[in-house]
Design a protein around this ligand. Structure first.
Ligand SMILES: NC(=O)c1ccc[n+]([C@@H]2O[C@H](COP(=O)([O-])OP(=O)(O)OC[C@H]3O[C@@H](n4cnc5c(N)ncnc54)[C@H](O)[C@@H]3O)[C@@H](O)[C@H]2O)c1
Length: 495
């Protein structure tokens, strides 16, 4: 776990607001300083988008949100921060001045990062009293969804700063990429800049419109880039002989006049007008909000698909979820050491918009999902984590009996309590009760039998001694509880 609890965000435009949202969603308190009168409204709108995206991205428990506050001065924002992220406009003098002020007002132990897209950290840190704690943490828009963050230290950066920032950003579900050398534009923007220059030339020379340039990317190479990048893709393009053959076949083309990379088209008023007009036509009247949501939903779809492949950004997502599911869930019931002699409150949530039926109520199949999530929370409490699943196996659900008592509507909150009816070396017999979180009213129950299955043989087998020990202690603690109403019931023929 990272020891960072409070963050400061200096400058909350597109990028700063995105950082603030990622921090808040990960339970960190954030103080924002941005002199723009609209900064708070825009940052809250970004947080709304981020919450929406987070709910769609993963079913992992969200935990408590951090608090977002807006303060009137830079000094106030950074005073109590453990981590400061600077996101002011890309002007070196302005950033140097702000970083000097952040350095002067922040606690000596606070880390300070700049989101600069390409300014050199050695130059940015030059005026700081404690330049060792400064680095560039270069993110990508939308910061609350895209995992990449490039880490680049300057000549005065302490290597421990890079390690600490790496650990911190990874804890937020990101993929930190440590640069081996300090260069203008870092790695990602060097690549983006090259593509951007060519794209501008193609439009300038009337080879293609802005929409056609985008089509050339999104129907082809862009699909591959999302998971293999460029080198791994070209290795495959070389066939069985791999990269050597690819270089032999396409290397000579590098000498052809295919690129205008060394040059850049002049942004004359006419050219700007042409780009803007084609861009309007491409957007076809879609609002910024609609396009942002489409972008977010498509990114989520890609990352979820890649998660199923355990590959690239999907692997980052899977690892992040593993950590979220592994967080001790019992603490959520409000007490640091909850009373395990009562049914355990292990899982809670809100009825999501995509879970409802035509009556605006939680649809049937999702009951099984939320009860399944509660069973996962229980087995995680017993010590079944990703490492355990890889080597020892896990609990499989062998039987479920559900009773529906009352409906719950869209966006209403619920929690589930779990009573262990019986536990032994291979079995957990449990009873979940789903409650409305505002009224405590019971909504549905699920009685389940879980069997421990060996990862290698696929057969029912004893759980590890540690899992058995934890299960025995919970079973014993709950042994005196009365049998819940509905337990042991089969389907009845009512009159
Ligand atoms: N937009 C991107 O895609 C992107 C991606 C990665 C990194 N970056 C980098 O992030 C930084 C911010 O870019 P952006 O796109 O969010 O710009 P932006 O113009 O959307 O936001 C900049 C914000 O800084 C505020 N600001 C101006 N002066 C300030 C001051 N003295 N103190 C505090 N705040 C001040 C402005 O009010 C504005 O809200 C830049 O360094 C940029 O290179 C941008």
């Amino acid at each position: 776990m990272s020891s960072i609890k409070r963050c400061a965000v200096i400058g909350a435009g597109v990028i700063g607001a995105g950082w603030a949202a990622r921090f808040v969603l990960n339970g960190l308190d954030v103080a924002i300083f941005d002199p723009h009168p609209e900064a708070e409204r825009r940052a809250r709108a970004t947080l709304d988008n981020a919450m929406r995206a987070r709910e769609r991205l993963t079913l992992a428990p969200m935990g408590e949100l951090g608090e977002l506050s807006f303060v009137a001065t830079l000094a106030e924002a950074v005073r109590d921060a453990d981590f400061v992220q600077e996101n002011a406009p890309e002007r070196e003098e302005l950033k140097r001045e702000l970083l000097r002020a952040i350095d002067a007002h922040a606690r000596p132990t606070a880390l300070i990062a700049s989101s600069t897209s390409g300014l050199l950290p050695s130059r940015l840190q030059a005026g700081m009293d404690r330049p060792g704690r400064f680095l560039v943490g270069h993110p990508f828009n939308p910061v609350y969804l895209l995992p990449l963050v490039e880490l680049c230290g300057g000549s005065a950066t302490d290597p421990a700063t890079i390690d600490a920032a790496h650990h911190f950003y990874a804890s937020l579900g990101m993929h930190p990429l440590r640069l081996r050398k300090e260069i203008d534009g870092f790695v990602a923007d060097r690549l983006l800049e090259a593509l951007w220059r060519e794209a501008l030339w193609l439009v300038q020379d009337d080879v293609a419109t802005v929409a056609e340039v985008d089509d050339a990317i999104r129907y082809g190479a862009g699909l591959r880039w999302a998971f293999m990048g460029t080198f791994l893709t070209y290795r495959l393009a070389g066939g069985e002989a791999g990269m050597r053959h690819f270089l032999a076949q396409f290397g000579p083309a590098l000498q052809l006049p295919w690129t205008k990379l060394m040059d850049v088209p002049e942004l004359t008023p006419d050219f700007i007008e042409k780009l803007a007009a084609q861009s309007e036509q491409q957007a076809a009247g879609a609002s910024l909000e609609a396009l942002e949501r489409k972008r977010d939903d498509c990114l989520i779809a890609i990352m979820q698909a890649l998660r199923a492949q355990d590959f690239a950004s999907g692997k980052t997502l899977a690892q992040y979820e593993e950590r979220l599911f592994a967080k001790p869930q019992l603490a959520k019931s409000g007490s640091a050491s909850p009373d395990v002699s009562k049914p355990l409150r292990l899982h809670e949530g809100v009825v999501r918009t995509e879970w409802i039926d035509y009556n605006n109520h939680l649809t049937e199949s999702r009951y099984l999902q939320v009860f399944g999530d509660a069973s996962d929370a229980l087995t995680s409490l017993l010590g079944v984590d990703a490492a355990y699943r890889r080597s020892n196996g896990s609990f499989f659900t062998a039987e479920t009996h559900m009773i529906h008592l009352r409906e719950i509507a869209c966006l209403e909150p619920f929690f589930i309590t779990t009573q262990i009816l019986h536990g032994d070396e291979k079995r957990v017999h449990l009873f979940h009760l789903m409650h409305h979180a505002r009224t405590n009213e019971p909504l549905a129950s699920a009685e389940q039998m879980l069997l421990h299955v060996d990862a290698k043989t696929g057969r029912v087998s004893p759980a590890s001694s540690e899992v058995q020990r934890r299960l025995a202690s919970l079973t014993e603690a709950q042994a005196k509880l009365p049998l819940p109403q509905g337990a042991g019931r089969a389907i009845q023929k009512r009159k």
